[in-house]
Ligand binder design. Structure first.
Ligand code: C5J
Length: 235
């Protein structure tokens, strides 16, 4: 069995190509001035640092024909899938559904809802739109994973302690073998990111594993070579 270097101990890789990269909510609403993150008073520039590393990891997955899943947090234009408790939260300058400089905040199809161009999904990649923080709530994500036979998930994106961690916990409870890529996730609050990573790997990896993007790529390379030699499908 192949493993990759990780914390709190080596992350076990599957015996076939049933491993996917999950990129959570890398959308303009959270990444750029004028979006939802900004309206809540956050310094959105803090999130930019992960973009080149995440782009690099995405390129690696694409080059090896491994599955990639993107998510977008958004609501229907009539906000029928946005509970008032969510819309009213936060005392932001703009609420969900309000008109902002990038269109209506967190509404499907608006310019602010687009994934940033550096990470734009390709036609063969899954894009899951989600009304909640977790990507399993009220979405076809689990059905897709089951149909595709995916058992191992590597989590990236924003923000670490909100949508990324929530989705990873949902996945962990559903039996997926989960790892968060430390330098491909970011928070508006560096201390929250650090705490999240520590929480995940505490108690013997109670929610899963963490590793850097370099550790991930170094670990996946021999695994992919072995699968190719062993005749596993090329994807
Ligand atoms: C937030 C997210 N922070 N994608 N959403 O509201 O983490």
């Amino acid at each position: 069995m192949f493993h990759l270097d990780a914390q709190p101990y080596a992350y076990p890789l599957p015996g076939d190509r049933s491993l996917a990269l999950v990129i959570i909510d890398m959308q303009r609403d959270f990444m750029e001035p004028g979006g939802f993150g900004d309206a809540l008073g956050n310094d959105v520039s803090l999130l930019q640092a992960i973009v080149p590393r995440l782009q690099n990891l995405l390129d690696f997955f694409r080059a090896h024909h491994l599955p990639v899943i993107h998510t977008q947090e958004c609501h229907q234009p009539d906000l029928s899938d946005c509970p008032p408790s969510k819309r009213d939260r936060g005392n932001g300058t703009l609420k969900i559904g309000d008109q902002g400089p990038m269109g209506r905040i967190l509404v499907y199809g608006e310019p602010g809802n687009q994934i940033i161009p550096e990470l734009a999904p390709q036609a063969d990649e899954q894009v899951i739109t989600k009304p909640g923080k977790g990507a399993f709530y009220n979405t076809p994500l689990q059905a897709y994973l089951q149909q595709a036979g995916i058992t191992h998930l590597l989590f990236t994106g924003v923000t670490t302690e909100v949508c990324v961690q929530t989705t990873m916990r949902e996945a962990n409870d559903r039996g997926y073998t989960c790892l968060m890529v430390e330098d491909c996730t970011e928070s508006y609050f560096p201390a929250f990111k650090q705490s999240t990573l520590e929480m995940i790997r505490a108690q013997g990896g109670i929610v899963g594993w963490t590793a850097t993007a370099d550790q991930v790529q170094s670990g996946l390379t021999p695994w992919l070579e072995a699968l190719t030699v062993g005749g596993a499908h090329a994807g």
